[in-house]
Ligand binder design. Structure first.
Ligand code: ADP
Length: 506
């Protein structure tokens, strides 16, 4: 035998796996030296015996059936079904989890099966500890997210009270300049704490998967207009120019999430820029839309760029006061993950920062014809309380909307004939009649034959949402007292939607 052949023989005898060859009757015809280590059987002791000696007693009954099934569909494969653990028997009667690969072959007209057997005890222990560690990490992570969500939500109540108490104190002592100043500072502190809570709530909700995107048609120009309004004061207080490009792009996206993402980027750009500009740009490319938020600010050191998206990571401000809490870009990261956008940052220290957000082409809808204004709409107000109705009308008119108001469910139903595609129902949930705002909506929709968009207001939103279990299409719920920004946003959102007369009729 030449050296190579001898070496091969050694390899077979001492291969890392126990190797066994059985004939068509499951009699062992060959066993290598490793069977001694794995099974505790010297190879000679196995040869001529049924392979079943390597199986615990309880598995022997079914073994013949498995062998027959293998011979019906012979092929090289892993033995056993997925998730079923194979157990083998050692000479001393102990058992171990086994990994077994089978390979059939023919030799001198007879059929054989070669088996490689490996003791999986250690591997199983590692797998089990990994599974346990992963489960523990997931449990801890979701407990953290739940805790953060609950704590930040509950802390909002006392904040709300403090705000109201501040306002009351200011009324009590309107002449007291010192007190006014103290209260103003306290208001700012409350404002900061509220921002922190909002950010915490956002991150924990996003991370725990509690938020799923609500995809609708969103006019980017309207989102930009809202952001311009929101940040105008902050920009002018630092004499920065804040520029948004004109946009006629319509995206399929979640309006609130997209707004959150841009709010954080524009907010950062303004925070970290002392002179010059903050610009929001758009570029349509072959692979989608590229949104840019650019500033002429302090910039970010190159070696910190890959850390800034981590929670609580802030670049060392070198003695200057810290301006945020370090959660903004974590929110940006999570929102873009949810929406399928890619965010990239380029920056030069002392010159400025450019953040780009790539929106994939499938989210881009056709641009509306040039110069098309946002669709006009009229609010059909159903509110039984006269003073609330008057205040609401006033506010909506000042916002530039047309209104049509009534004081009861019955009057609202009588309006059906006058309603058109530009109308949005804005109804109180509790109307004093036997009908709720939702009943009015359903009846109107049934009469009209299309899905009249609606906003329903309630002082106890949680209870209402418990009653209304599944979402009503083109209908949003807002809590009372209403946050006017949220109301405007919702109206704009509903205005921007196709009215449903043609393609959403039931
Ligand atoms: P923060 O609340 O501190 O702004 P972020 O998560 O939003 O937290 O940002 C993380 C860090 O990245 C910031 O602390 C800041 O150092 C840096 N950073 C983010 N945006 C900018 C920017 N436009 N210009 C300069 N630095 C920025």
């Amino acid at each position: 035998m030449n050296d190579n052949a001898a070496l091969c023989q050694q390899l077979v005898q001492f291969s890392p796996d126990a190797l066994v060859i059985v004939d068509a009757e499951s009699i062992v015809r060959f066993a290598n030296e490793t069977t001694r280590v794995v099974f505790g059987h010297p190879p000679a002791e196995l040869i001529g015996r049924s392979i079943e000696v390597l199986l615990p007693e309880r598995f022997r009954v079914n073994h013949a059936g498995h062998v027959a099934a293998f011979h019906r569909r012979p092929g090289s494969r892993e033995m056993g079904l997925r998730d079923v653990e194979l157990i083998a028997l050692r000479a001393d009667g102990s058992e171990f989890p086994a990994g077994i690969r089978l390979s059939p072959f023919e030799w001198q007209g007879a059929r054989y099966v070669a088996a490689a057997v490996r003791d999986m005890t250690e591997r199983r222990a590692i797998d089990a500890s990994l599974v346990a560690a992963r489960a523990e990490a997931e449990r801890a992570n979701s407990a953290k997210s739940r805790f953060l969500a609950t704590a930040s939500h509950d802390l909002r109540q006392p904040m709300h009270s403090m705000r109201l108490l501040n306002a009351a104190m200011r009324k009590l002592e309107p002449q007291n300049v010192e007190l006014r100043e103290l209260l103003q500072r306290q208001d700012m502190a409350i404002e900061n704490a509220t921002h922190l809570l909002d950010a915490l709530l956002d991150v924990s909700r996003l991370e725990s998967g509690a938020i799923s995107p609500q995809i609708t048609s969103v006019h980017l120009g309207l989102v930009f207009a809202d952001l311009q309004r929101e940040f105008a004061a902050a920009a002018s207080s630092k004499s920065l120019s804040l520029e948004f490009c004109d946009s006629r792009v319509v995206l399929s996206t979640d309006r609130m999430l997209l707004t959150r993402l841009l709010q954080n980027l524009v907010g950062n750009a303004l925070k970290y820029t002392e002179r010059g500009y903050v610009r929001v740009t758009q570029r349509i490319e072959a692979d989608g839309l590229v949104l840019g938020v650019e500033d002429s600010g302090i910039g970010i050191p190159e070696d910190k760029l890959d850390r800034i998206f981590d929670e609580y990571y802030q670049v060392d401000p070198h003695g200057a006061p810290r301006l945020g809490v370090g959660l903004g870009l974590a929110i940006v990261r999570e929102v873009s993950r949810l929406l399928g956008y890619a965010v990239a940052v380029r920056s030069r220290l002392g010159e400025g920062t450019q953040v780009t957000v790539r929106v994939p082409p499938q989210s881009l809808q056709a641009e509306p014809p040039s110069g098309a204004p946002p669709p006009p709409c009229r609010l059909v107000l159903v509110e039984d309380n006269v003073s609330v109705r008057t205040a609401m009308e006033l506010y909506l008119t000042m916002e530039g909307y047309r209104t049509l108001s009534v004081g009861s469910a019955g009057e609202a139903l009588a309006l059906a004939a006058q309603l058109g595609p530009d109308d949005i129902l804005l109804a109180d949930y509790r109307l004093g009649d036997s009908m709720s705002g939702i009943d009015v909506l359903h009846r109107l929709r049934a009469q009209l034959g299309w899905e009249l968009p609606a906003i329903l207001l309630s002082g106890d939103l949680e209870s209402v949402l418990r009653v209304v279990k599944s979402p009503i299409p083109h209908c949003r719920f807002l809590s009372k007292p209403v946050d006017t920004n949220a109301l405007s946003e919702t109206i704009v959102w509903l205005c921007g939607r196709p009215t449903g007369q043609a393609n959403e009729a039931r």
